[in-house]
Write a new protein. Structure first.
Length: 553
């Protein structure tokens, strides 16, 4: 047998081996494609079920709360009002209607509702009706999508391998037709190289596992249960559920993240720091998680670390307003006032530009702009409270030069609140400096005669007894101009009640004493609920004064 025949035999064997390997690869590619298609069908099914459950659940809860419960609540109010007028017959009729309305919704029965509890447990009802189910379906959707992407990658890569083998077979076949020995071996060697490359690459792809979160015990189910419990403010139980999810899959980033939120709600800030870091280590590269870790560091007084993580968060999402404001408050608390003011100015300019752009196009600015500005002002408020009272987080002894920080925080807080209101009403920043001055607010309860007419006011106080239905905000003022736009805002436990917002042009002259009444006097049923109250006054959209009082339980 001459060398040409021996060469041809070797090439024939190589062609047979490569053809056999190509057949195996074709099977693997077909199998991967089938698994890709199955995972895709699963993800679509989860998405459709989740969307349907969300829509039907929202509709169910919306009816149960806004129709059934609100009707029952109104009947109860009318019954109380009738009792207050000594109309027992009318009260009995309204009570009957209230009881009949209860039959319209399972939310108005145990375990969600018990008369005298102050309303139904909406969060528990939402969790049971759809939240846990939708959360589980969404996690399954993400898991199936990840599986689909992994098998899709394998299937597509196997096609590349098959292409390489086709080239190798072509080179092998071509090599036996060439007379030149040197050229023949070049083609044969090239074909062998393509074959080895395809085989080694395919082997690496074959042994690469496809991770499926759905196969990690009951990790998804435990996680969904924890989300439902956290939604009900049952944070200790939620943490136990997240612990079980993490036990089933230690690198479950979402479980670490949600456990961090639960720890934050329980003021376990150091534990939350660990949880957020574990979420990041498990692959969560979102700006939100980095920002939450920064906030946890802020609450423990570790401002330098908070600054570092805020900057990392902004690297991932440079235009995130709430993170910019968080960075500003951390710089301020760390004693870097000039840097903090520059950050606040940049964020304020961005908020103004975003609002202007949307309003010029005839749209409404997204809610996250207002939320970010409100959160930014609240963070400054919280810092001022810590400095003033010595209570709360971050610890006062961690704040650099508290007196200077308080002064800067107050200035920035006023700027931020004024900008937010001006943007809301005009789409532009406040156009003029505030020249008017107001003395600190006084709050007093009116004294009425037998006809219900106000004849005097009790001594000003910052604490009222439960049952208050009317009070007056009293202050002296100077430098006011008739026609100026004046707005009063009322906050209850830190949340504005928009129904109490007063907007009207000023007509009380340049100086004097003002008495602004806030009253439920038109009703024989409603009173101001117990809690912490804040009243703010704005003149031409600039915060001029604010005061605080409380109503006892």
């Amino acid at each position: 047998m001459d060398k040409q025949d021996r060469f041809n035999q070797i090439i024939a064997v190589l062609i047979a081996v490569v053809s056999l390997f190509a057949a195996v690869l074709a099977y693997l590619q077909s199998d991967a494609g089938g698994r890709d298609a199955q995972a895709n069908r699963d993800s679509i099914r989860y998405a459709l079920e989740g969307f349907g459950s969300r829509v039907s659940g929202d509709a169910r809860v919306n009816f149960d709360y806004n129709v059934a419960y609100q009707s029952q609540y109104e009947y109860q109010i009318l019954a109380n009002s009738a009792n207050n007028r000594d109309d027992a017959a009318a009260a009995a009729r309204y009570d009957t209607l209230a009881k009949e309305t209860s039959a319209l919704s399972p939310m108005l029965a145990e375990p969600y509702y018990k008369e005298g509890d102050g309303g139904p447990k909406v969060s528990q009802y939402e969790s049971d009706v759809y939240l846990v189910k939708v959360t589980q379906l969404f996690e399954n959707f993400k898991a199936a999508t990840a599986v689909k992407e992994a098998w899709d990658y394998k299937a597509n890569t196997y096609i590349i391998h098959l292409t390489l083998l086709a080239v190798a077979l072509f080179l092998f076949g071509l090599s036996v037709t060439i007379a030149s020995k040197f050229t023949r071996w070049i083609f044969a060697t090239s074909g062998a190289a393509f074959t080895v490359l395809a085989m080694v690459w395919a082997g690496g792809i074959f042994v690469q596992p496809v991770f499926d979160l759905r196969a990690q015990g009951n990790a998804i189910g435990s996680y969904a249960s924890g989300v439902g419990l956290a939604h009900q403010d049952r944070y200790e139980e939620a943490i136990q559920a997240f612990d079980q999810a993490i036990k089933d899959y230690p690198r479950y980033a979402n479980a670490w993240l949600e456990r961090g939120y639960a720890d934050m709600a329980l003021s376990n800030h150091e534990a939350a720091i660990t949880d957020f870091k574990n979420a990041i280590d498990a692959g969560d590269a979102s700006a939100n998680t980095a920002g939450q870790l920064a906030y946890a560091y802020h609450l423990t007084g570790q401002f330098d670390k908070a600054i570092d993580w805020d900057k990392q968060a902004l690297t991932a999402s440079p235009d995130e307003l709430w993170i910019q404001y968080d960075l500003g408050v951390n710089l301020l608390a760390a004693g870097k006032a000039d840097e903090a003011k520059a950050v606040y100015q940049k964020a304020n300019d961005q908020a103004s530009a975003d609002v202007n752009k949307v309003k010029e196009s005839g749209g409404e600015p997204p809610s996250y702009i207002w939320s970010a500005m409100e959160d930014g002002a609240n963070s400054l408020d919280a810092l001022m409270y810590v400095i003033e009272s010595g209570e709360g987080n971050p610890p006062k002894d961690k704040i650099s030069n508290p007196d200077a920080v308080y002064s800067s925080a107050e200035e920035l807080m006023k700027q931020l609140k004024s900008l937010s209101l001006a943007l809301e009403y005009t789409g532009k920043a406040p156009q003029a400096q505030l020249t008017a001055q107001m003395t600190p607010f006084e709050f007093a309860e009116p004294v009425k005669d037998d006809k219900g007419e106000i004849v005097d006011y009790n001594e000003p106080t910052t604490t009222f007894a439960n049952g208050l239905d009317e009070f007056v905000v009293r202050f002296d003022y100077s430098g006011m101009k008739d026609g100026s736009e004046v707005i009063f805002k009322l906050y209850i436990n830190g949340e504005e009640d928009p129904s109490w917002r007063l907007v009207e042009p000023w007509n009380l002259g340049e100086s004097g004493t003002a008495e602004i009444p806030l009253s439920y006097a038109y009703s024989d049923t409603f009173t101001f609920q117990p809690g912490e109250y804040t009243v703010e006054m704005y003149v031409d959209y600039q915060l001029a004064q604010r005061g605080f009082f409380s109503i006892e339980e």
